[in-house]
Design a protein around this ligand. Sequence first.
Ligand code: NAP
Length: 323
Amino acid sequence: MSFEFDGKVCIVTGGTLGIGHAVAERLLQQGASVVISSRDAAKGDEVVSSLTKAQSLPYSRLSFFRADICNPAEVRSLFAYTLERHGKCDIVVANAGFMASKSFTEELDEGTDDWMNVIQGNVIGTLLLAKLAIANWHKHKIPGVVVLSSSLSGVYPNQIPHHCVAYPVAKAALCQFVPTIAMTLDRLAKRQGLSTSPIRVTALLPGFVWTAMWNKMGRGAASDTAPSDLENRSNSAWSVLAKAVGWTPMSKIVDAYITAVTDPTTSGKCYMVMGTAGPMVPYPDPRITPTYEKALEAMVGVSGGGGSAVKGRGKARRGKGKL
Ligand SMILES: NC(=O)c1ccc[n+]([C@@H]2O[C@H](COP(=O)([O-])OP(=O)(O)OC[C@H]3O[C@@H](n4cnc5c(N)ncnc54)[C@H](OP(=O)(O)O)[C@@H]3O)[C@@H](O)[C@H]2O)c1
């Protein structure tokens, strides 16, 4: 039996948990060889062992490489390891990402600099990996695909405490990278007589997906399904937003990643993937802006402080018909 990704080699950063784990699992099911990475080697070995057994895979198909996305030398080693092990890399799912461990106001009070780390990992390390792959494909004139994990926070302002200020900024940077690099690659391709570049880059902007990321914020157990009593937790700021936008099932998220890898028309574009209904939505989408802004206003009101300022800003922006 042959599968869509037979013979393809993929890197999935943050492949030990949540979205990355689910995407890696699907790529393996569809025939790919996968290198997953994260910082936790013990967890990595555990995931390799469990996925290999569950899918009765030869050990050559899945491996773990320990790399902190914040550390450029380790990101370079991850890419070099993949080339050495498999002789090539066809697909990069640059998914590892994290929120701040402190809110920005805590940082101001304590004089710490956690938010620079958020930029370092979510932007610099992530785009370094993308660049290493693109450079390799460009040099050898071969096709390749990068899919970046951005976020709804990359488009809409957010007040979830541990998003800090840097998280939405970081995710927004990925959204701007995608059309810019795609245009650049297309221009290079035209010089070589091609109509479009064989190198593709897409960003996905998940809405709320119940993963360990939320658990790290100290709220709820890690699971791929949001707790059933979530809607009752109206005193938590983030649940107001999540309720408005809707939790996104993992299967929908994974389908979107597979579409981004396989569908050339997604190149150079960013897609929001949120809620239970509907397909991937190219952003910005005017349909969700009023719902989101209303929820954001309610959220800031609930969490206390700054409500009127944001309300005013929201009205002003709506008045101008913009985000
Ligand atoms: N869940 C959501 O609602 C949501 C919404 C929008 C966007 N996203 C984005 O989607 C991506 C995946 O999120 P998720 O919810 O699946 O998160 P998750 O469950 O917390 O998993 C994150 C993965 O990234 C790894 N990771 C974290 N920090 C890392 C670092 N410095 N270096 C290397 N690996 C690191 C983690 O492993 P270690 O900690 O062991 O290193 C883990 O494998 C992230 O980029 C996130 O920003 C998620």
